[in-house]
Design a protein around this ligand. Sequence first.
Ligand code: SF4
Length: 372
Amino acid sequence: MSITEEVTAGDILPAKDAVSMIEQIDLGPTIDIPVVPPEADPEYTPAAERDRLKGEILRLKKERNALILSHNYVQRDIQDVSDAVGDSLFLAREGAKSDADVLIEPSVLFMNQILAAMKKPHQKVLAPDLGALCSLAAHADAGRIRDWKRDHPGGLVISYVNTYLDVKAESDYCCASANAAKVLEHVLEHSDPDQPILFLPDVFLGFFAAKYIEKKGHSLDRLWLMMGACHVHEAIRPHHVEEQMRLHPDAAVVVHPECGCTSACMRQVNTGLVPQDLLQFRSTQGMVKLVREIPQKEVIMATEVGNMYPMSKAAPDKTLIPASAEALCAFMKQNTLQNLHDSLLNLVHEVTVDPELAERAKIPIERMISIG
Ligand code: SF4
């Protein structure tokens, strides 16, 4: 059996080994992926019923003194009735600022848990569907992190925001895709030169952050990566991007660093095959900002297709092309107008967290919110 066959999702490897085998490991999901509900297609529900539900949600929002915080990947009707739409870092910041009595977040459980850990005593945190999970978060196991810390005394743990609260509670720092490289750089510069550092769970984002710090002259010797991935982003492979670039030679390309094409795309830029300004890497929210700023009229975007809606609102004059039209997160699509409405109406699907875990997890979460 070759070494790459022995490595499985969730394993922890020295960064140099992880980086060398990133394209050969099976990082498939370890949890069942639900079927995308038909209501995820905005056209499935008649327009009059959608309008009725939206009107009711807006009325209930006022009545309950609620704030609706939606992730960019949820269906567009939900985004339209939301107070804030953004990625996990943005929503965590918006939630922390709010005094609303109810925070309701159409997204997935790991984000809902952040709100529940950070909420003020009078607030209630609700989710339209408590069963909306995440294949990437499922790769990170708190027990494995404790084992790694036991084997690496003094080791520091940076966990990506896509982890559950028990993993965050084992972490020293949390980061989002928007500030992953900056958080890693901060930890390298504010730790003992012998202290090992574990970055988890997304190996593609870990690769991206590792290359960033390598460029800045840091060694990767004390960095460890977990072999985790999101099944949606991992499935966006180099051939998807190459095909769209062939079909749209004048288009700019923007890639989320969780994608399975990240390392190949970085190689294209680093070897000068594609100019840096034509192939860029951004977080979910960073893509929305970038599309407004770049001069190109066509933009190929490599991430979950739901991000096209906020991007098209930010730059209505641009033509957006998904690198893969199949990049659809079934967990995010479990949020529907109906379950958002029902949750607000009956004040159900409350997200609660273990207070002891929340206290421990708050420290890395607050560091994430404050860095970059
Ligand atoms: S797109 Fe991937 S990382 Fe994001 S919630 Fe869905 S499964 Fe998790």
